[in-house]
Design a protein around this ligand. Structure first.
Ligand SMILES: C[S@@+](CC[C@H](N)C(=O)[O-])C[C@H]1O[C@@H](n2cnc3c(N)ncnc32)[C@H](O)[C@@H]1O
Length: 343
């Protein structure tokens, strides 16, 4: 089996925002030990891509930049996902000094009131951090990190995409857009309030999100313009399409949480479904459990830890269901001609 080349690791569960859909708010609030970070890099010696990402704000880890420095010294490309509120002048300087491949800023709405309501923080602060980083990057004549947006789609924000695309253009972002429906996996939904449960998308609405990503003219233009294969997510997902019945995570990636528990990906929150814990279980045992998940998925069964996952859902769709999905993509592509397009 191909070695693990893509690692996501959780620096912390602490956060300065209060997103109602974030299961991190219901978790114990703690940081990854630097020694666990070092141990994880040793455990997976073939890493090419690292993403500092978990259920907290990565920039709040007191040794965030030491992690970045260590990974870079080993030639590993580093990305991270952030709420964008802590891009201070000093953080921007260190990010540019150390060399980051991609930063994804999370955003469900470009409307300041909705943003504040959903995330519990100020959009204005996020925007000034993004502008600071882009301006300093330009002053230094650098092309990295590319800056993109990570968009979670709630029922109430399905109509907010056009505003987000307009903001993307206005800011001069270049890292592309990822869209994901509000998570429906049990590890997340069990932490939702009734109000948040009402925000879940139906299967058809979730399909519409995936279809938008592939068919919306403006999104396609943005994705085509972004620096190709920049960052963890692009690299991990490159070449994947829904009809392939496979999960790139089980082929190339692994997730390690702040306590060293390894799971097939960051969406698996139940530790009883973990592949093992670094330093407690052997690396061989962890990788063997991961291989078993891959074998099960290939055989057409969704493994228990992957229940509710969107990629696994595609992996076991019948040919007819995949055909219907492709058809809805073609229809949306036609409809998207009338969607707003920004220069
Ligand atoms: C867990 S957050 C943590 C990183 C950082 N604090 C931030 O806000 O980006 C990482 C990404 O996962 C997304 N996310 C978190 N909870 C989610 C959920 N329940 N459903 C879908 N996406 C979710 C966030 O919107 C964000 O883009």
């Amino acid at each position: 089996m191909a070695p693990v080349t893509h690692l996501q690791i959780e620096p912390t569960t602490r956060c300065n925002f209060t997103c109602g859909f974030c299961c991190g708010r219901a978790m114990s609030q703690s940081d990854l030990d630097f020694s666990t970070f070092e141990q994880t890099l040793v455990a997976f010696p073939h890493l090419t891509q690292l993403e500092l990402q978990g259920e907290g704000e990565p920039l709040m880890h007191p040794r965030f930049f030491d992690m970045l420095r260590l990974a870079r010294s080993r030639g590993i490309a580093v990305s991270f996902i952030t709420n964008g509120s802590l891009l201070s002048p000093d953080a921007v300087r260190q990010i540019l000094d150390l060399g980051v491949e991609k930063i994804s800023v999370s955003m469900e709405s470009a409307d300041p009131e909705s943003f504040r309501d959903i995330r519990g923080g100020k959009l204005e602060k996020v925007l000034s951090g993004i502008e600071r980083l882009l301006s300093e990057r330009a002053t230094r004549g650098l092309s990295r990190p590319v800056l993109g947006l990570s968009v979670t789609v709630l029922k109430r924000t399905r109509g907010h995409l056009a505003g987000i695309l307009a903001l993307y253009r206005r800011l001069g972002l270049d890292g592309g857009i990822t869209l994901q429906p509000l998570q429906r996996m049990a590890g997340y939904t069990q932490t939702y309030t009734d109000g948040m449960l009402d925000q879940l998308l139906s299967d058809a609405e979730a399909d519409e999100v995936w279809v938008q990503l592939r068919a919306n003219r403006e999104i396609r233009r943005i994705q085509a313009e972004r620096a190709s294969n920049a960052g963890f997510h692009d690299d991990l997902m490159s070449g994947w399409s829904p009809s392939q019945r496979r999960c790139p995570w089980l082929e190339k990636g692994i997730y390690v949480d702040r306590d060293g528990f390894a799971t097939a990906c960051c969406m698996i929150k139940d530790r009883t479904q973990a592949l093992g814990q670094l330093g407690v279980d052997s690396n061989e045992a962890i990788l063997a459990r991961r291989a078993a998940l891959r074998t099960a998925l290939k055989a057409g069964a969704i493994p228990a830890p992957c229940s509710g996952c969107e990629l696994a859902r595609f992996a076991v769709m019948s040919k007819l269901e995949l055909f219907r999905f492709a058809l809805s993509g073609a229809k949306t592509r036609l409809r998207s001609r009338s969607l707003p397009v920004h220069p």
